[in-house]
Structure formats: C-alpha cells, structure tokens
Design a protein around this ligand. Structure first.
Ligand SMILES: NC(=O)c1ccc[n+]([C@@H]2O[C@H](COP(=O)([O-])OP(=O)(O)OC[C@H]3O[C@@H](n4cnc5c(N)ncnc54)[C@H](O)[C@@H]3O)[C@@H](O)[C@H]2O)c1
Ligand SMILES: [Zn+2]
Length: 356
C-alpha cells in the first residue's frame, strides 16, 4: 500500500508518495528529460534500480563523493555545468536521490539552473524522508557557515521508497529518529506514543513495510502542514527548530564530529530542562522525552569536556537569533510547543548544567 501526503502550497503544491516500492510511482516516460543526482554511496547501492525506475540514461547521471564536504556551491555549479553540456533546457528536471546532502545540493542547483527548473526528491535516508526532503529548503555550505548559500525551491514531488532504507547504518537511522522524536514532542502526542510502544525494534529490526512508512507519513503530514502555513519561516515554521539552537552549540563544540541527530537529542534534553526550570513543562514529561531518546540509543547528556559556558557562547552565534538575544523553542506538554522565546544566560547555564 502506498501512502500519500499532499503539501498544500497553491500552484506549488505537491504529493509525497511513501511506501515499500514507491520507486514504481516515479514519473517514468512523461517525456521530461531528467538529470539524476546521487552521491557515490547511493549510486553504488541503489543507482541502477533508481535509474531504471526513472527510465533514465546512464550518461545523464551526476555523481559526487558522499559526505557533507561535497555540499558546497562549487558542486552545485558542477551540476549546472554538467546539465548545460548535456543541453538540458528549462523543461528538464533534476532528480535528487539520496540523503539531505544530495537533496539540498541538487535542489539548490535546480533553483538556480536557468533561473529555476523542476526537481523531484527521492529520499534514501530516514532524515531526508522525514525532514530535509520535505519543505523546499535547499542550500550549500561555505567556510563561514553551514547552509549560508541556498534558496527556497519546492520539489514537484517526493518519492520515498522505504526499501531503500534497508541499507542504512544504524547511526543514520538514529539520526532520522532524533528528528522524528522532535516532531512528535512538538506536534503529535499520538506519534510519540507510537514511538514509545515500538522503541525496542525501531533500530534493531526496522519494519520498512508498515511501521516506518506510517511514521514517515505522519512526519511528512505534520511538517507539510507547518510549511503550508509558513513556507519561508516568518513564524510557525520556527517550532521545527526545537532542540536545534541547543544542538547546534553541541555540534559546534564537537567540531561537527558529533552527528546532527545526536546533537539535536542532547539539545532537546537541554530545552526540556529549561522548560522545567521555568515551570512551563512537567518534570515527568521531560523525563519521558529523555527516556524515549535514550531507548533509541540517542544521547541526552552533554558530551564530556563540554563546559556550560562554552555552550552558551556557541549559542550566541546561532543564525536564528534576532537582535542579539538567544531564542529557543520550548514545550509545554508532549505534542505542544511554543514559538521561540528569548532566554537569558543564567537560565541557559542552569539548563546545560542539569544534563551534565
Ligand atoms: N533542507 C532541509 O530542510 C534540511 C533539513 C535537515 C537537514 N538538512 C541537511 O541534510 C544533511 C544531512 O542529511 P543526511 O543525514 O541524510 O546526510 P547525507 O545525505 O550525507 O547521508 C548520510 C550518509 O548516508 C549515506 N546513504 C544515503 N542513503 C543511504 C542508503 N539508503 N543506504 C546506505 N547509506 C546511505 C550517504 O551516502 C551518506 O554517507 C545536512 O547537510 C543538513 O544540513 C536539510
Ligand atoms: Zn535537524
């Protein structure tokens, strides 16, 4: 069974198709030339199958070395030059098959090639399936910072074949699960309960036929609704940054050696402490959040050798801050969150100390 989620954005609305075998729903043979973009790992594991499902030609595949280091404007330019040499015109499309790196990169190239052409997402990581593949944020990193050169460019469709997730290493599953727990904590108590009930098998024996498609569907529906109401993050969309202002500080202090999902898990634990300190969240709810994260193998304590004062300093550089104030999303219950609020140094220090 295929699950479908529609993201309503007027004339830029699109469908997300989720399920085991979703590759068969790809727009093969609709007459549009498609440049398939993949990283080296995805190409080796699934490239042939994806290319065949698209009805594409091997010479119309752009491959780049796997990893965040490739997510640079230069690689996006290489994609555009490759397309130009193949005489791709405005009527062509790019297809991003891979994780968040591929989606952000190929999506950005599609946003700027000939001032913008169509692109579709074929997420192959759990993180891309529930987060980066949905919502139209594309971008690249420069030495001055992550995602600093990018564009909003919605895909024309998203095709998530959960069979492709079978080859994901457990660490990458956990990365995606951190964002899934985040989505549940801020927006959906029932999803949270579903995760709690299944916590013991989500990593050790992932059910890619039923359970994961259902979890991915719910996350896409929730994120899609937020994006429909606030596409360019002028308000509501900011709740999706729950745990991220704290998490980015942990990422920075680890010099980006700690995976994003793990940093966000620590960030959610810190945000939970701040909400408890302020008396807006019950201790037992914060503990429940942390128990679920820990059961999924995600960290909920500050890594050794990270000092609370260094973490607060790192939070000051967050690009989401407005007018110098550090702003964080807090929850007031499992499934209910508030827009970012300013937090002062003293309470931030206390929140970090509470999870040391
Ligand atoms: N645009 C957005 O809204 C948004 C949201 C969140 C994160 N992001 C971005 O996403 C990126 C992180 O995404 P990611 O974790 O998917 O990274 P990624 O694309 O680098 O994928 C992680 C690793 O998994 C490998 N891989 C991909 N699919 C696989 C499969 N099916 N089997 C085995 N290995 C596979 C990749 O080759 C890579 O080595 C970051 O650059 C982040 O900034 C973007
Ligand atoms: Zn994230």
């Amino acid at each position: 069974m295929m699950r479908k989620v529609r993201v309503e954005l007027g004339e830029r609305s699109y469908d997300i198709t989720i399920g085991s075998g979703a590759l068969s729903e790809l727009p093969e043979g609709d007459g549009k030339r498609t440049l398939l973009v993949m990283d080296s790992t995805v190409k080796a594991l699934h490239g042939a199958r994806i290319l065949a499902s698209l009805g594409g030609k091997p010479e119309e595949v752009f491959t780049f070395p796997a990893g965040e280091a490739s997510k640079r404007p230069e690689t996006a330019v290489d994609i555009c030059r490759f397309a130009a040499r193949l005489k791709f015109d405005r009527k062509c499309r790019f297809a991003a098959a891979g994780g968040g790196v591929t989606g952000d990169l190929a999506g950005f190239a599609a946003a700027v090639y000939m001032r913008g052409i169509e692109f579709i997402q074929i997420p192959t990581t759990l993180l891309a399936a529930v987060d980066s593949g949905v919502g139209g944020k594309t971008g690249t990193d420069i030495p001055e910072g992550k995602n600093l050169i990018g564009a909003f460019h919605q895909p024309a469709g998203v095709f998530t074949d959960t069979r492709l997730l079978a080859t994901l290493p457990p660490a990458d599953l956990r990365n995606g699960l951190a964002e899934i727990v985040k989505t549940a904590v801020i927006l959906d108590p029932e999803l949270f309960e579903l995760l709690e009930r299944n916590k013991d098998r989500l990593v050790s024996s992932p059910d890619l036929e039923e359970l994961y498609p259902e979890i991915i569907r719910r996350c896409c529906e929730l994120k899609g609704k937020v994006v429909s109401r606030d596409e360019k993050e002028s308000g509501l969309r900011a709740v999706l940054n729950y745990g991220h202002t704290f998490g980015h500080a942990v990422e920075l202090l680890s010099s980006y050696t700690l995976p994003h999902g793990q940093a966000v898990a620590v960030g959610m634990a810190a945000a939970g402490e701040l909400a408890v300190l302020r008396g807006v969240w019950k201790r037992e709810d914060a503990d429940r959040q942390n128990r679920l994260l820990a059961a999924l193998g995600l960290p909920v304590k500050v890594p050794p050798r990270c000092l609370a004062c260094d973490l607060v300093n790192a939070m000051r550089g967050d690009k989401k801050n407005v007018g110098g104030a550090i702003r964080v999303v807090l929850c007031s219950g499992i499934g209910s969150s508030n827009l970012p609020e300013a937090a002062d140094e003293k309470e931030l220090l206390a929140a970090w100390e509470a999870i040391r």
